[in-house]
Design a protein around this ligand. Structure first.
Ligand code: IMP
Length: 197
């Protein structure tokens, strides 16, 4: 069974593919006229609102096409930093593109409290039913960028379960075993395996 993941981020598709693949589901990136979907991100205060907007937009993109009726997956995620009142949260992407990791590290320069967590909301539109799930990965922020894999905040995020390494120092499989996205996707898999839940 195929699931179309509506995202422009190849890392996210790979992460979902690793997890769903083990159970026989095939995850592919949704392409509309050969292009990855380009969502209009609404000004919202929660990941759930953004994810809901994405599923509505994704459905509209495939309406009256061969893909109408396919299983569609969307997600929204971000990093929430304890000492700056959970900022940047829903603005993670914007802050990454504007001040970057060096800007974040500068903001926290004098902060002893390095606690942070990634959060993720996933929504699956499957056979006309909508399933949603949340995932969290708790950790702390390092003082410099370390590692080369992953994307976004991974070079400075040190998950509690990662033996002191950043996500960028882990393989895709290691990150997938503990990440916020995988934790959220596991919730969706539970629904698929036990639809009455
Ligand atoms: P969006 O969910 O694509 O709107 O973006 C969320 C933003 O949060 C990304 O652009 C990244 O900056 C950050 N983010 C979310 N998940 C991860 C992750 O697994 N690794 C690194 N950065 C992430």
């Amino acid at each position: 069974m195929k699931i179309l993941f509506a995202t422009g981020n190849k890392n996210k598709i790979a992460e979902a593919g690793t997890l769903f693949g083990e159970l026989g589901y095939d995850v592919e990136g949704l392409l509309v006229n050969g292009n990855r979907p380009n969502f209009i991100e609404p000004q919202c205060n929660s990941l759930m609102e953004v994810a809901l907007s994405k599923i509505i937009q994704a459905r509209a993109m495939i309406k009256n096409s061969d893909l109408e009726g396919c299983a569609i997956l969307v997600e929204d995620s971000g990093i929430f930093i304890d000492s700056i009142e959970n900022f940047p949260g829903v603005f993670s992407s914007f802050i990454f593109e504007t001040i970057g990791l060096s800007g974040i590290l500068k903001l926290l320069e004098n902060s002893q409290d390095r606690g942070a967590e990634y959060r993720c909301v996933t929504i699956l539109d499957w056979n006309g039913k909508i399933y949603h799930s949340n995932g969290i990965c708790k950790g702390k922020l390092g003082k410099k960028e370390v590692g080369t894999s992953g994307f976004g905040y991974d070079p400075i995020f040190i998950p509690h379960e990662g033996k002191g390494r950043t996500f960028s120092e882990m393989t895709e499989i290691e990150k997938s075993s503990i990440s916020h996205r995988s934790n959220s996707l596991r919730g969706l898999l539970t629904y698929l395996q036990h639809p009455s839940k």
